[in-house]
Design a binder for this molecule. Structure first.
Ligand code: NDP
Length: 462
């Protein structure tokens, strides 16, 4: 039998790669994890975690306003961007250190270098210009913001990567895209006092979500003062003499802004990785093609996480890593389960969702019952804020199984995590009805909507 330097060589030290490397090492495997930037990957270094810290920062403006109705008076609050960045950077450094010590404690070797495939069993460690061998190779290199090659003046734009390190907060910003990142950053920048315009090519933001929460969030964002231009795209971005940008739109309008951010999706990081040399096949957007066990067309090379472009979410990459460990090292071939994944958009108000939207369910089921509630959250009775909450359950009319749950409002993400359990378990509306309400809470609405608001039959609302 051939002998290799490592049992497992992982390329990419993000959520998926670190989890696979750490657990494999803790099982006694000889493991190396190579990372060219910082351990922790997109989620920890320039994604979910710093984003959520920015979301918290941006919510204080409304908290200060809301406090007046409860008797508080706050002297004119001020915000310092440099303090936020410095504190955020400290927290990210702490988390990166925790990722490193997790690998270290498990006795996985960390290699601070880019690594590229030489062939199916060999990897070049670029910074050290040496080649090592491995029995199994795992590619977990994640993704990067789509640079929008077709846009003239794209070099004048930032992506979410740069948004985490701006030296100063712009007075105004335009953001292209209508997905998670565009919507979350529009709310962050607006909350921090930046005049914000969202430019989206489609009819309604957040294409993959339920229409009722999409529309309701759109309304709430506009009420706050975020400008949303649908059916619009930027066709050019020019830098002006004073350093501001002129963003030309397909509609003939031009926006003058301090910054322009592109958030039009993320591409798999597969360029220059030596995939051709190893014979690994990729798909249309460069994603690594894998089977149901995350195995590529090359028998000993696997790929997980965003680089496979299955579902671009951190917990999915971690789940794929754990399934792979079962498959490779526990004698239990396990396919990742990508059904009914709870997800949140950390907008303000936020969206929490799990399961099928009404439209997706209508395409698959003959009869649906839709339970829909719109109300003012209790917190806003005294705050006076004109903000509505939306709760929606999509139920199979035949079996009464709850197919989807959609929430817009405070703590919607937290609710979606818990709603994920009954929906994953396949529970019915009768199970929801049997559950005692917790009063007073917003979530009690989810177990007290006894009559369908309307029904859908063969795709038509009746
Ligand atoms: P998304 O896929 O969510 O959204 C991309 C947006 O860009 C869509 O609105 C899309 O429009 C639009 N778009 C695509 N191509 C173009 C183009 N050429 N010109 C103009 N608009 C375009 O990607 P994001 O970049 O927002 O986020 C990447 C991924 O990261 C997400 O899919 C998500 O999985 C993950 N993420 C998750 C978060 C969370 O869990 N809270 C937060 C941030 C990111 P259309 O709808 O018409 O296709």
């Amino acid at each position: 039998m051939a002998s290799y330097d490592y049992d497992l060589f992982v390329i990419g030290g993000g959520s998926g790669g670190v989890r696979a490397g750490r657990v494999a090492a803790s099982l006694g495997k000889r493991v190396a994890v190579a990372e060219e930037y910082r351990f922790g990957g997109t989620c920890v270094i320039r994604g979910c975690v710093p984003k959520k810290l920015f979301v918290y920062a941006s919510q204080f403006a409304e908290h200060f306003e809301d406090s007046a109705g409860y008797g508080w008076s706050v002297e004119k609050p001020t915000f310092d961007w440099a303090t936020l960045i410095a504190n955020k950077d400290r927290e990210i450094a702490r988390l990166e250190a925790a990722y490193r010590s997790g690998l270290d404690n498990a006795k996985a070797e960390m290699i601070d270098s880019r690594a590229v495939l030489v062939d199916d069993h060999h990897v070049r460690i670029v910074a050290e210009d040496r080649v090592v061998s491995a029995e199994t190779i795992l590619i977990a290199t994640g993704g990067r913001p789509n640079p929008h090659e077709a846009l003239p003046g794209r070099e004048n734009c930032i992506s979410s990567n740069e948004a985490f390190h701006l030296t100063e907060l712009p007075r105004s910003i335009a953001i292209e895209g209508g997905g998670y990142i565009a919507v979350e950053f529009a709310n962050i920048f607006h909350g921090l006092g930046v005049e914000t315009t969202l430019i989206y090519r489609g009819k309604e933001i957040l294409g993959r979500f339920d229409m009722d929460v999409r529309r309701a969030l759109h309304e709430e964002m506009e009420k706050k003062g975020i400008r949303i231009l649908c059916q619009s795209v930027a066709i050019g971005v020019d830098k002006q003499a004073d350093g501001t940008l002129a963003v030309h739109l397909n509609t003939g309008n031009t926006l003058q802004v301090g910054q322009m951010m592109l958030a039009i999706g993320r591409l798999p990081n597969t360029e220059g990785l030596g995939l051709e040399a190893a014979g690994v096949e990729t798909g249309r957007t460069g994603e690594i093609l894998v089977d149901e066990y995350s195995r590529t067309n090359v028998a000993n090379i696997y790929a997980i996480g965003d680089v496979t472009n299955r579902v671009q979410l951190t917990p999915v990459a971690i789940h794929e890593a754990m399934c792979l460990i079962d498959t490779l090292y526990r004698g239990k071939p396990t396919s990742p389960d990508h059904e009914a994944i709870p997800t949140a958009v950390f907008s303000q108000p936020e969206i929490g969702t799990v399961g099928l939207s009404e439209d997706a369910a209508a395409a698959q089921y003959g009869e649906l019952e839709i339970y829909l509630a719109r109300f003012r959250p209790m917190r806003h009775t005294l705050s006076g804020r004109d903000e509505r909450m939306v709760m929606k359950l999509v139920v199979d009319g035949e079996t009464r199984k709850v197919l989807g749950a959609h929430v817009l409002g405070p703590d919607a993400g937290e609710m979606a995590q818990l709603l994920g359990i009954p929906i994953k378990a396949g529970l019915t509306k009768d199970d929801f009805d049997r559950t005692m309400a917790l009063h007073p809470s917003a979530a009690e609405e989810l177990v007290t909507m006894y009559q369908p608001t309307y029904r859908v039959k063969d795709g038509q609302r009746v």
